[in-house]
Design a protein around this ligand. Structure first.
Ligand SMILES: O=C(O)C(=O)C[C@]1(C(=O)O)C=C[C@@H](O)C=C1
Length: 385
């Protein structure tokens, strides 16, 4: 995978999570155990070493005792420890174990994506997407792997917004084939089910099949969390849409496999880091940017033309409302409402920032964009999902 450049200390974006004495050195002063802003890390991890395994077994016992999510607040000693300088120097060498944050609990697709992106990594579960971003910013982990779009369900808007709010860099992408199963407690049959729990994206990807089964959908934080909930509560009327792996972890039966509405169900995940990678031209690269434009006829057309005229292929465009911007002046509004809403445009294109065409295109775009940020330039995942 792509190597990082030198790992200079970062300043956390939000002063609430910055130690005032930190002097910008994350090792000397950041205290991850003192949780602020209500950060919850799931304490279980994919233990592979002996000590990790012992820890994982202990945590499993605790989880069995309690049907509720086990969080750092409940047991501070099991919080992920800050990286040591020795670990950091190891990170530069091939095959070292990176700590990679993902959203969800064990058995989530995001965990598989993290392991696909970084094969020897220690996948660190986080309750929310924001937590995963913050875990990287606070040097608790090295990377985050987060879903950004799915071939059936479309964009994961929350992560687009978080990409802008946080200052992490996209350092890679990984595509994962998503094969959903309908899971239930042992002995429960499909006809016993009245409702089904899962992540909203997963429910959307199985929309037609779940409608045919007449099941009421209930949204939860992640697919594996749904499986865990069904198992721990011994639910008889509810199933979960989750992975085969989640069925094994939580001891559920697989009532149906491949229940996604289309067999080609692929989610694209982004790999995020504190430092950007140095873009190359030795292999296919992609670049992700976000920009805003003045309101006016043809502005978006003009913006996209900077790529077309240089023969740069766009692979994705997403628009999101520009939040927290003051509403337009009264001259611009009709009956007290703004005449238009300001938008941000997220664009992915097939070129490296090391490519002169990309540099010229962005130079051109800057001439009339009101805001422009490069989110990352990274090797494209053109392999089989
Ligand atoms: O809930 C999970 O298992 C996740 O990893 C999240 C997620 C998503 O947010 O899109 C990831 C892949 C699938 O598309 C469904 C759910």
């Amino acid at each position: 995978m792509a190597a990082t450049t030198s790992r200079s200390p970062i300043t956390p974006l939000n002063s609430q999570i910055q130690n005032p004495n930190s002097n910008r050195n994350p090792f000397s002063t950041l205290k991850p155990i003192e949780r602020r802003r209500n950060i919850h890390f799931h304490a279980c991890c994919t233990g592979k070493s002996n000590s990790d395994k012992t820890q994982a077994i202990e945590l499993q016992k605790l989880m069995q005792d309690s049907p509720y999510e086990f969080s750092a607040r409940d047991s501070p000693p099991s919080l992920p420890r800050p990286l040591t300088s020795a670990q950091l120097s190891n990170l530069a060498s091939e095959g070292s174990r990176l700590r990679v944050a993902y959203q969800g609990v064990r058995g989530a697709y995001s965990e598989s994506a993290a392991e696909k992106a970084y094969p020897n990594c220690e996948a660190v579960p986080c309750e929310q997407f924001d937590t995963a971003f913050e875990a990287v910013e606070r040097w608790l982990v090295d990377r985050a792997v987060l879903p950004i779009e799915n071939s059936l369900g479309g964009s994961i808007h929350r992560n687009y917004d978080l990409l802008l709010r946080h200052r992490l860099h996209i350092v890679g992408e990984v595509k994962l084939a998503i094969r959903h199963c309908l899971l239930a407690n042992p002995g429960i049959k499909i006809e016993n089910l009245t409702r089904v729990l899962s992540h909203p994206q997963a429910l959307a990807q199985c929309e037609n099949n779940l409608t045919k089964l007449g099941l009421v959908r209930e949204a939860v934080d992640d697919t594996a969390g749904a499986a865990k909930h069904v198992a721990f509560h011994g639910l008889k009327d509810a199933g979960a849409v989750a992975s085969f792996t989640a069925a094994k972890i939580y001891g559920l039966d697989v009532l149906a496999q491949d229940i996604q509405d289309d067999s080609d169900n692929v989610t694209r995940f982004l790999m995020l880091a504190r430092e950007p990678i140095i873009p190359g031209t030795d292999k296919p690269f992609k670049t992700s940017i976000v920009f805003s434009l003045e309101e006016g006829p043809g502005m978006l057309f003009k913006a996209l033309a900077v790529f077309a005229m240089r023969n740069i292929n766009l692979t994705k465009i997403e628009s999101r409302p520009l939040q927290k911007q003051a509403l337009q002046t009264s001259d611009d509004s009709v009956n007290g409402f703004p005449k238009y809403f300001p938008y941000l445009f997220y664009v992915d294109f097939e070129a490296s920032m090391a490519d002169e065409r990309a540099q010229n295109a962005l130079g051109h775009l800057k001439e009339f964009a009101t805001f422009l940020r490069v989110l990352g330039s990274y090797p494209a995942d053109n392999g089989l999902p």
